[in-house]
Write a protein that binds this ligand. Structure first.
Ligand code: ZN
Ligand code: ZN
Length: 168
């Protein structure tokens, strides 16, 4: 059974809001996610369709792709999905934006969608900060923590500028 489940059996037509929470494990997210998932769902109920706008927030400990340090990062995301009771109601819509449900369905389950969108919300390249200086390719020192003593030719130009600044 889905933890992030919204009861739609007695939903009147119009706009509804639901606030739901789940732990990362409950919806199958990996151990990088540590913070509870908080979900704000806006539902617009129509006669034969239901439009969902889901906004979620979580966070966890991620490893920087450049300097390999672990750091805390907030993960936020959102998506829209149209639930229809028959496919004819979804003509012209992108397949990924439509889900067909039974006219008798009394709930919608969001665990799997939230799990997938939470993973998609992790950037392709995870950086501890935009200007992460990375590791020295020669000695492996984390250059965010200070300069290393490798030859100047190999040094990161950004740290060269900093050195000039400090030398003045
Ligand atoms: Zn980094
Ligand atoms: Zn070095």
């Amino acid at each position: 059974m889905s933890v992030l489940r919204i009861n739609i059996s007695n939903l009147s037509e119009g706009t509804h809001h639901r606030f739901l929470e789940a732990s990362p494990e409950e919806i199958g997210l990996d151990s990088r996610f540590l913070k509870r998932i908080s979900l704000r769902a806006t539902i617009e109920k129509g006669n034969r369709q239901l439009f969902l706008h889901a906004e979620f927030k979580s966070g966890g400990i991620f490893t920087c792709d450049r300097c390999l340090d672990e750091f805390e990062k907030e993960i936020v995301g959102s998506y829209r999905l149209l639930y229809v009771t028959d496919e004819a109601g979804a003509v012209g819509m992108d397949e990924e934006e439509v889900q067909v449900i039974s006219p008798e369905a009394n709930h919608i389950d969001l665990d799997e969608d939230i799990r997938q969108y939470a993973i998609l919300a992790i950037p392709q390249k995870v950086l501890c900060r935009d200007d992460c200086a990375g590791l020295c390719t020669t000695c492996g020192k984390n250059l965010n923590h200070g300069r290393c003593s490798c030859s100047r030719a190999d040094a990161d130009p950004r740290w060269e500028n900093l050195k000039k600044y400090l030398d003045n």
